[in-house]
Design a protein around this ligand. Structure first.
Ligand SMILES: Cc1cc2nc3c(=O)[nH]c(=O)nc-3n(C[C@H](O)[C@H](O)[C@H](O)COP(=O)(O)O)c2cc1C
Length: 190
């Protein structure tokens, strides 16, 4: 890992040229990002076997308790669940569209059965503010410190169609205080 004179971090030949983006100049088409680009949700530490990653397509960004926050929802059946549960933080990494097959892989096989990092060829790297790793190939990374969790309660579903999306494995929702946004220039107001 090379740090240049600014806060830009480079892994020769690999890293997208990401810069720390102030919240005020961060621009994201939120619905497009969640619904069509997806994120890798990663939690744990960079040590071998210390983290797991999985694709997420449901979640949110907004303001909570006066801070920018991210919401992720993870079914308890996911191997990643225990990693998010035990970790104080998590990262959300968004990739260039050419990586969509890798996100499909990380969203269909489990870290319990497969070494997703080896199979995907993605490069985990240290994050700026949190222990949970992010990825050299990502064009956008949000680093989050967990602030709240809640298990979704099906008795509170107000639209009956939501029940059809579950077989008893209701998500746990985590809020994360966004500590850092790191992205290519495309994610900044110009
Ligand atoms: C596009 C896409 C979006 C997904 N979004 C979520 C999600 O928001 N929450 C969730 O629990 N699982 C989601 N999944 C499923 C997990 O990524 C998938 O079950 C994964 O294999 C879990 O890996 P793990 O067992 O290593 O944690 C999604 C899968 C795909 C393909």
């Amino acid at each position: 890992m090379v740090h240049d004179s600014g806060d830009r971090r480079l892994v020769p030949g690999l890293t997208m040229e990401r810069h720390r983006i102030p919240f005020a100049s961060f621009r994201m088409p939120i619905f497009h990002a969640w619904d069509e680009r997806w994120f890798l949700l990663t939690a744990g530490t960079l040590a071998p076997g210390g983290f797991n990653t999985m694709t997420v397509g449901w979640g949110a960004f907004g303001m909570m308790w006066n801070r920018p926050f991210a919401l992720v929802v993870v079914r308890p059946t996911r191997h990643t669940f225990g990693f998010v549960d035990r970790s104080p933080d998590f990262t959300l990494s968004l990739f260039p569209e050419a990586f969509q097959d890798k996100l499909e892989l990380c969203g269909t096989v489990s870290g319990q059965d497969v070494d997703k990092i080896a199979v995907s060829g993605l490069t985990p790297v240290p994050s700026l503010e949190v222990a949970s790793p992010s990825f050299a190939e990502a064009e956008l990374v949000l680093e989050c410190r967990k602030t709240y969790w809640h298990d979704l309660d099906p008795t509170h579903f107000l639209d009956p169609r939501i029940h059809g999306l579950y077989e008893g494995d209701h998500h746990r929702a985590w809020f994360g205080d966004v500590l850092a946004v790191e992205g290519t220039r495309d994610w900044e107001r110009h």
